[in-house]
Design a protein around this ligand. Structure first.
Ligand SMILES: Cc1cc2nc3c(=O)[nH]c(=O)nc-3n(C[C@H](O)[C@H](O)[C@H](O)COP(=O)(O)O)c2cc1C
Length: 353
């Protein structure tokens, strides 16, 4: 994952007021027999979208969350790491399990395994730009092979009766922006929903997510819901994406890190109430709850500390002293020290308010 992936945008900022709030824009979303309470969903993010992160976002109002991406081959080969990524809780049902791979047989077999565990929603990763994926022909490498995409979706569809979705980038590079074509192929083979991140593989996380490509995908697959994704960091962006693209919903990734309130704020605005930023007390309560959920997920203190850092730093973003807090957090591997520094930082923020 590129170094600057969390760098763009102002996450958790006060933000601008939405230019338009269409009250009908935020609504329940029905997809192939599943009805979500609303059309705001949490993006799959490797190393981020684990069970605690997803639960926090769902508690804040998100209608659905996607898991971290899971290797189809890893699952089929009985890999413990891949299995762990499937961990879920009844409190987040339904959840969308994201799989990656390049071979139709492995993806189909992985679908059967995940379905046996009770999955009702499986997503295919056609977006990941990292070299390891590309070398294996997975993630966004598949955008260059629509015929293989067809074979994969066909095999997954034959193996899985639940909701089958596909997440893609806009194309491989700016010479081959083919998301509308790939979308048509996926839908023809039985995909029920698509998510589109409006950047090419070459762009990685630079530039802006292109809403025009998202709109063209929406137009390419009438009747199939499309989620617009990319650079949504505040409620105003949600309403803009829906308005400009005609998408059925919005998928939020980095903008929900340390800022699960983006969901509650958007829902409030859609209902005609002002969007309230969380008080320092509310922020600290959420940080504590997130830490508590993480504790239940990790047996090992070292792993817990390492995994916690990115979240507490994200919650601190925008608060006075957050740059120093970030440095202090990054330099320690001790869980006790990390928790102590976190408590002191958020206590201080509360006292200063
Ligand atoms: C740390 C990180 C990990 C990601 N992992 C995945 C992944 O496993 N599968 C996937 O489809 N997209 C992945 N993405 C892409 C996001 O789902 C999303 O498409 C992208 O970040 C743009 O949306 P955003 O601006 O709301 O973050 C990842 C993004 C980040 C920042």
């Amino acid at each position: 994952m590129g170094k600057n992936v969390f760098g763009s945008g102002e996450f958790g900022s006060e933000g601008r007021l939405p230019a338009r709030v269409d009250p009908g824009a935020i609504r329940p979303l029905s997809v192939a027999g599943e009805t979500l309470a609303n059309n705001l969903v949490v993006a799959p993010m490797a190393g981020v979208s684990n069970l605690p992160f997803r639960l926090i976002a769902r508690e804040a109002g998100a209608g659905l969350a996607f898991t971290e991406t899971v290797s189809a081959k890893g699952l089929v080969n009985g890999g413990a790491k891949s299995r762990r990524l499937l961990r879920t809780s009844a409190r987040e049902a339904p959840v969308a399990f994201q799989l990656f791979g390049a071979e139709p047989e492995f993806l189909a077999e992985a679908c059967r395994l995940v379905a046996d565990d009770g999955a009702v929603w499986i997503d295919l990763n056609l977006g990941c730009p990292v070299k390891k994926f590309i070398r294996n022909g997975a993630g966004s490498a598949l955008l260059r092979e629509p015929r293989r995409v067809a074979a994969i979706v066909r095999a997954m569809r034959a193996a899985f009766a639940g909701v089958l979705s596909v997440k893609m980038r806009s194309g491989w590079d700016d010479q081959s922006v083919n998301a509308p074509e790939v979308a048509r192929v996926a839908v023809a083979e039985g995909a029920d929903l698509l998510s589109v991140h409006g950047r090419t593989r070459s762009q990685q996380y630079t530039g802006r997510s292109d809403r025009d490509v998202i709109r063209r995908v929406v137009e390419a697959v009438p009747g199939t819901p499309v989620l617009g994704n990319g650079d949504v960091t505040q409620p105003a962006d949600v309403f803009d994406v829906l308005h400009e693209t005609g998408a059925a919903g919005v998928m939020i990734g980095r903008g929900a890190m340390g800022n699960p309130w983006i969901f509650a704020e958007t829902l409030a605005l859609a209902q005609g109430s002002p969007a309230q930023r969380p008080s320092h007390g509310q922020r600290w309560n959420t940080v504590q709850r997130h830490i508590e959920l993480m504790r239940r997920c990790f047996d090992d203190d070292g792993a817990l500390a390492n995994n916690l850092k990115k979240y507490v730093v994200a919650y601190a973003k925008g608060l006075p002293g957050s740059a120093r807090f970030r440095r202090e957090v990054v330099e320690t591997d001790e869980l006790g020290i990390l928790l102590d520094r976190t408590r002191r930082f958020f206590d201080g923020a509360q006292a200063a308010a």
